[in-house]
Design a protein around this ligand. Structure first.
Ligand SMILES: Cc1cc2nc3c(=O)[nH]c(=O)nc-3n(C[C@H](O)[C@H](O)[C@H](O)COP(=O)(O)OP(=O)(O)OC[C@H]3O[C@@H](n4cnc5c(N)ncnc54)[C@H](O)[C@@H]3O)c2cc1C
Length: 260
């Protein structure tokens, strides 16, 4: 059986970056397991894409975290430039709707400076100053951070995956053995098992019937938009049973490889 020192469950931006740093710093056998056919299918491609600066992190209680966020901002930017991933250095405004929220922004100002931002990089805007920058925003005040940038986390996650693979990390997805036990799990179905296996279509069942499930690859050049296709044969679910089945299939596949 192929053995790993560390198995990371989940190939989002976190799982990928953890695999990268571990494989970069230590001589370990690492795998990343995801239930999808690719990395970064979920939150890591569906977020707003802002690479934050740590003004929102308590400069004493979260000192190390804030330092890491401060330093890694530049590293993301370099990686984006190297891989030609879009990066917009537009700045952000965190808004307050009333006096009590404004107090939080004042706290952020202090933390931001203690965490390394300068007077030019972070400032509090009043109602009118926010309106000048963003005419459609009506608020009490805003915290303007010129350093924040916006990018595509999905593409960055794929770039990190490549780096991890170069370091020897394995990425595991739907193995063929998922289909070996399929009939025992879901019972008789109308479709040809061989075709399902070839097309990597997943099957799940519940009390009402079964369903076929497939995730397309991204349908545009950015991996932010893809389609989940579900064909229901009675089932009203969303493929919950596939979590356990995929996990067991991956374990089985590893065991089989070790016996060869
Ligand atoms: C609307 C929105 C906007 C956001 N905007 C920003 C922003 O602007 N800036 C920012 O820094 N952050 C933002 N975030 C937060 C950021 O997107 C998340 O913190 C980050 O993507 C989390 O990464 P992750 O790897 O933990 O999760 P995910 O990207 O969700 O990855 C988790 C992975 O685990 C896999 N998985 C789950 N269960 C299993 C299982 N049982 N077996 C195998 N695999 C499994 C999933 O398939 C998935 O690929 C936003 C979040 C949302 C929802």
């Amino acid at each position: 059986m192929k053995k790993y020192d560390i198995a990371i469950i989940g190939g989002g931006v976190l799982g990928n970056t953890i695999s990268y740093w571990l494989s970069n710093l230590y001589d370990l056998k690492i795998c990343v397991i995801d239930k999808e056919h690719d990395v970064a299918i979920h939150a890591s491609t569906r977020n707003s894409g802002v690479i934050h600066y740590p003004f929102y992190l308590n400069s004493k209680l979260k000192k190390n975290f804030a330092r890491a966020a401060f330093l890694s901002h530049g590293m993301w930017k370099v990686l984006a430039a190297e891989k030609k991933i879009p990066w917009v250095q537009g700045g952000t405004i965190e808004i307050a709707l009333d006096e009590s929220q404004h107090k939080i922004l004042e706290k952020y100002m202090i933390w931001g400076k203690e965490n390394g931002l300068t007077e030019e990089e972070i400032s509090i805007l009043d109602h009118n100053q926010v309106k000048q920058k963003e005419p459609n925003v009506d608020c009490y005040s805003g915290l303007y951070c010129t350093k924040e940038g916006s990018t595509n986390y999905g593409l960055l996650t794929h770039a990190v995956k490549e780096l991890s693979e170069n370091n020897g990390v394995d990425f595991l997805d739907v193995p063929d053995s998922y289909y070996d036990d399929l009939e025992n799990r879901v019972g008789k179905i109308d479709e040809d098992m061989k075709m399902l296996k070839k097309l990597k279509i997943l099957v799940d069942k519940d009390d009402d019937g079964y369903l076929l499930q497939l995730f397309t690859k991204p349908i545009e050049d950015r991996p932010t938009l893809f389609i989940e296709i579900i064909q229901r044969k009675g089932s009203k679910g969303f493929g919950q049973g596939n979590f356990q089945a995929l996990f067991e299939a991956i374990e089985y596949e590893q065991g089989k490889r070790g016996n060869l």
